[in-house]
Design a protein around this ligand. Structure first.
Ligand code: PCA
Length: 212
């Protein structure tokens, strides 16, 4: 089995993006699955093209894209993506769509078909903060998540896909009092656990009781 994991380049004046820093440090194999890693540009059109090409060329069973959500506490698998671009800042290519559908023929929202609750539970059991998120925002991360789920619905019905947001790392909050952060090794460990839970679910293995 093959898992495609991606992170993003830095945006919004940051010098690092913990999503890519964590993804690049993942082992090459997790729970018997080969991990393919790629860095996406924090730019809607470029990232959309890259993820679409990777889904076609790599043909992974599971695709998990990861992004930074500064200010969040713990890692947050995303439940749903909206068919909407509404960027509060320009992306890294200077584009700033407002109230624009991503795909004209797409549903208003698409749900991740990854086992998001099992992923949250597995991460928490291992001792790292995690919770389910019901909003991936309306910026590039939501754009990429919607793109994945749109192509899964249209072209790759056997593929599982979704998105996971990670917090700032400590070096990013030095000048931001009272802002949560998580160390890079902890984010990386949590990601590895999330992927292992997704692989186990794909294989039909049980990963614990559902969240109450
Ligand atoms: N986070 C942004 C885009 C890239 C990233 O890492 C977001 O949440 O949309």
């Amino acid at each position: 089995m093959k898992v495609l994991a991606t992170g993003f380049d830095p945006f919004g004046g940051e010098s690092i993006n913990p999503s890519w820093e964590a993804v690049r440090q993942l082992p090459d194999w997790i729970a018997g699955a080969e991990i393919r890693k790629a860095r996406l540009r924090t730019a809607a059109r470029a990232a959309e093209e890259t993820i679409q090409t990777l889904m076609r060329e790599e043909a992974p069973q599971i695709v998990l894209c990861v992004g930074q959500a500064g200010g969040r506490f713990g890692v947050t698998p995303e439940r749903v993506a909206l068919n909407l671009d509404d960027f509060r800042i320009p992306d890294n290519d200077g584009d700033q769509p407002v109230d624009t559908p991503i795909f004209e023929d797409g549903a208003p929202a698409l749900f991740s078909n990854l086992p998001v609750k099992s992923m949250v539970q597995a991460i928490r059991i291992a001792g790292y903060p995690a919770s389910l998120s019901d909003s991936a925002g309306t910026f590039v991360c939501n754009h990429v998540m919607y793109t994945i789920l749109y192509h899964i619905a249209k072209e790759f019905p056997a593929m599982r896909g979704g998105f996971l947001h990670v917090p700032f790392v400590p070096s990013q909050v030095v000048e931001r009092p009272s802002t949560p952060s998580m160390s890079l090794p902890d984010i990386t460990a949590a990601l590895e656990i999330a992927i292992a839970a997704a692989v186990a679910a794909y294989d039909g293995r049980q990963t614990g009781a559902p969240l109450s």
